[in-house]
Write a protein that binds this ligand. Structure first.
Ligand code: ADE
Length: 237
């Protein structure tokens, strides 16, 4: 193993599940693993870029824990969250990709106290903007892979969305293009830490009544589409 230059900034990649990150980990050279906060951070190189990747687990708390630990333990250029999502925008199909322009937490709700739904008290915003240059580059990478790319709001919450009613609520309340369970938490942590971030999600299901069947059928293929674009991003960013 060649000695890592620990001053050299890394691109951080976070995914919730093994199938969403394996394709990145497989490409690491000179890699080693560091366990912190119960999470394995695998560090190495892809081409001449230093990369650190981690499987955070499902949901906002695991995602935030992983992102915060990554921010504190590594010198980072940015964090990219890759994976799958339920599609909400009209015209989106399974295996298409959504690159987030911004993220919201659809299960954050202090509206009984007079706040807008989704307001993140303390930072006092609903939509956390992603880094524009990262998002634009991710979109170009998706298109270069011959995959349809949508840009829009990604809505995050600690729920697998699988009813038409819930789907419509998230879509209409937040004008969201996709729903998932980690991106908003990772964006929140990056925002607070001043780390540029991007969220890229390939569609595994429609977040509707068919989602429980579509998700297991398409998750692996969708995850691979997102990984392809992220690998291209690492080479070009
Ligand atoms: N990830 C993939 N599909 C999802 C859904 N329907 N709800 C939440 N997260 C998801």
């Amino acid at each position: 193993m060649t000695e890592h230059n620990h001053q050299e900034r890394a691109i951080g990649i976070i995914a919730a599940m093994q199938i969403e990150i394996d394709g990145i980990k497989a490409r690491l050279t000179d890699s080693y693993t560091l366990n912190e906060s119960g999470i394995d951070f695998e560090c190495g190189y892809i081409g001449d870029r230093r990369v650190v990747c981690a499987k955070c687990g499902v949901g906002k708390v695991f995602a935030a824990l992983c992102a915060q630990t990554m921010c504190m333990r590594f010198s980072l250029d940015c964090i990219i969250n890759t994976g799958v999502a339920g599609g909400l925008a009209d015209g989106l199909r399974v295996l298409d990709v959504v690159v987030a322009r911004d993220v919201v937490q659809h299960d954050m709700d202090t509206s009984p106290l007079g706040d807008p739904v989704g307001l993140l008290s303390g930072i006092n915003i609903v939509n956390i903007p992603c880094d524009k240059k990262i998002s634009d580059t991710l979109c170009e990478c998706v298109k270069a892979e011959g995959i349809n790319c949508f840009s829009g709001t990604v809505a995050t919450g600690d729920q697998f969305v699988s009813t038409e009613e819930k789907r419509q609520y998230i879509k209409s309340t937040f004008n969201a293009a996709a729903c998932e369970m980690e991106g908003g938490a990772i964006g929140h942590v990056c925002y607070v830490n001043g780390i540029p971030f991007g969220i890229i999600r390939a569609i595994s299901d429609g977040g509707d009544g068919d989602a429980v069947l579509d998700y297991p059928t398409f998750a692996k293929m969708a995850a691979d589409n997102s990984v392809k674009a992220v690998l291209r991003f690492i080479e070009h960013f």
